[in-house]
Design a protein around this ligand. Structure first.
Ligand code: ADP
Ligand code: MG
Length: 591
């Protein structure tokens, strides 16, 4: 019952409220026996008893009082039940609110590997449907269990005080019901685990489709996507029906047993009344409270159903809750120190799963140097730079910044010292202004403009209808690839980082614009070590050193002139690009 313990932990702050609600549930449920008891008195005293007629004439005020008491208790019970429901609702909503924040923080704190392994749709399912199922269990399932149990026990106790033999006859049915309920629970549990998984798949497909609708449209694959979605939808729906049908398999037995209570009461109770063993009033009390035995038995099925759903959901949530990112801040932030910007790779190897993506890489970059990295796609360039801000950790060797292993540095501080423009640009649905200032929210407007100028973005931004206040759509929809890259570059530079990493950031801009950006990078007004991944020799030529990567190894390393003299990979690329340069210059347009 680790899951329940987890629930209890997260109720912190509302535990008192929840316990009060539970106690009230018990009291309200126990009070259900009061009215049948009063009813029994009324029947025996005023309706069928020996002195009924006499009592009716003489004790009229007692009768009225008893009737008023019945009404009063009903009102009291309703009022308390109302108040109790509010308490359940409040405490469960508060818990939901807290767990949701916690969960969101947990997800934010996960490292890149976690995002490689978990689908967005699945994480969304956890944040929404699963969380609500947990709230439901707290506010409804546990409440129903407590109330059913209390009513059951109260009814049994009450019945025992009237006639133990008749009560035992009635209880004869309970073991059978429990056995059926147990079988049902065992049968249905894996189904809900499966159901939950299918829902997550459905959400994943939906999320990917909405996020990728441009690609879908570009390839006119709507039909195919709808088919894919339909398949998942059918899957989910079928699983749902299957689980519901299982319930129908067991329901008749539970219902028959529940009805059995009435039958036994009718037979045994009737016999006892005729024998004079119990009074008619006592029979009436049994009859008016028999639902206190049969209803909980009926509820067992529903409770089990919901409980299995709860377990399927809470397990998924706890997975997030207890997932420890391998790469995480070890200590509290200690304020941000500005690094000098020295970087060293010391015999670094790296793998995502089993295959080596980087193999024994060593190089050093002094503060203020510019180093260019070139290589075919898939050579490992992005993987290499991802190791510096610890998006991933090395498999072997060390990455050192300012002479310290990055794994020993404060993570926030390390990342705060690195400005990075990633290969696939992601802008937020915010103003251009807000996107550029993402890393430095308090950046003054004139500096935002200055950085936009450096990134050769100022001009096209001012040409937009609302200039810097233009809201770019989700992921920067409405901007060209080159425009997005330039905003991302301005965003990276705006933090004035001692280490600036550009991953293919100028690949989609024209040569003239690129020239401008190269110039800006040389003239930054803050000390900055630059690592620039690029495909164009025009970008790499001015770097202090160029690394050529192939299949995760450094195959060439030197200055532009040195590498040309080597007549290797770099030389070939140089020749190829210079042959084509005439064509490129003629063809370049605004991207
Ligand atoms: N998140 C990832 N999980 C598993 N493999 C990856 C991941 N990212 C990249 N790879 C693999 O690592 C290799 C190097 O990729 P990458 O560093 O992106 O190359 P480059 O940036 O030079 O194009 C490729 O074979 C690629 O398939
Ligand atoms: Mg790459």
């Amino acid at each position: 019952m680790f899951q329940l313990k987890w629930l209890w932990q997260n109720l912190k702050g509302d535990r008192a409220r929840y316990i009060i609600a539970l106690c009230l549930s018990v009291i309200v449920s126990s009070l259900t026996i009061v009215n049948p008891y009063i009813g029994q008195q009324i029947v025996d005293t005023f309706i069928v008893g020996k002195d009924a007629a006499q009592n009716l004439a003489q004790e009229r005020s007692l009768l009225i009082w008893l009737c008023l008491a019945m009404i009063g208790f009903s009102l009291l019970r309703s009022g308390m039940a109302y108040y109790t429901s509010i308490q359940y609702e409040k405490s469960s909503q508060n818990m939901l609110y807290r767990v949701r924040i916690d969960l969101y923080n947990k997800i934010q704190g996960q490292d890149m590997r976690y995002y490689d392994q978990n689908r967005t749709g699945d994480l969304m399912t956890r944040m929404t449907g699963d969380l609500d199922m947990v709230r439901h269990s707290l506010a409804w399932i546990i409440k129903t269990i407590i109330e059913s149990l209390t009513i059951f026990v109260a009814a049994v106790v009450f019945f025992f005080t009237i006639d133990s033999e008749l009560t035992l006859w009635l209880l004869l049915l309970s073991p059978f019901i429990l056995v059926v309920a147990y079988l049902f629970a065992k049968h249905v549990r894996p189904m809900y685990v499966d159901l939950r998984e299918r829902l997550s798949q459905l959400n994943t497909i939906t999320q990917e489709n909405i996020a990728g609708n441009r690609v879908v449209k570009a390839f006119a694959r709507e039909e195919y996507e709808i088919e894919k979605f339909t398949e998942k939808n059918v899957n989910y729906s079928t699983a749902n029906k299957k689980a519901a049908l299982v319930w129908l398999d067991y329901f008749p037995y539970l219902e028959t047993f529940a009805q059995g209570f009435n039958v036994i009461l009718l037979l045994a109770g009737g016999l006892f009344v005729m024998n004079g063993r119990i009074t008619f009033g006592e029979y009436a009390a049994f009859s008016s409270l028999i639902w206190g035995l049969s209803n909980p038995m009926r509820n067992i099925g529903i409770i089990i159903n919901d409980f299995q759903r709860f377990f399927a959901s809470v397990t998924k949530i706890m997975e997030v809750y207890y997932a420890h990112p391998e790469i995480a801040n070890k200590h509290l932030p200690v304020g941000t120190r500005r690094y000098k910007g020295a970087i060293r790779f010391d015999r670094v190897s790296f793998k995502y799963d089993s295959t080596k993506v980087l193999d024994n890489i060593s190089f050093t970059v002094e503060p203020g140097e510019t180093i260019a990295i070139m290589g075919a796609t898939g050579a490992g360039k992005t993987s290499l730079i991802n190791l510096i801000p610890r998006f991933y950790d090395v498999s072997e060797g060390r990455v050192l910044v300012d002479g310290v292993d990055v794994r020993k540095l404060e993570l926030d501080e390390l990342r705060g010292n690195i400005g990075i423009a990633t290969q696939d640009v992601l802008l937020f649905s915010d103003t251009i202004d807000g996107n550029i200032a993402y890393g430095v929210p308090e950046l003054p407007e004139e500096e935002t403009i200055a950085f936009a100028r450096l990134a050769a973005a100022h001009e096209f931004i001012t040409r937009m209808p609302q200039g810097y206040d233009t809201v770019v759509g989700e992921r920067g929809v409405g901007l060209s690839g080159g425009q997005k890259q330039r905003i991302a570059l301005a965003r990276a530079m705006a933090v004035r980082p001692p280490i600036l990493i550009l991953d293919d950031t100028t690949s989609a801009v024209d040569l003239e614009t690129e020239e401008h950006i190269q110039q800006s990078l040389r003239e930054l007004d803050f000390p900055c070590t630059k690592i620039i991944i690029a495909q164009r020799v025009s970008t790499t030529a001015a770097a202090d050193r160029i690394l050529i990567l192939e299949n995760g190894r450094v195959i060439e390393d030197g200055t532009h002139a040195e590498l040309l003299a080597k007549r290797g990979y770099y030389y070939d690329v140089f020749v190829l690009q210079n042959e084509g340069i005439g064509r490129q210059v003629n063809a370049h347009g605004n991207s």
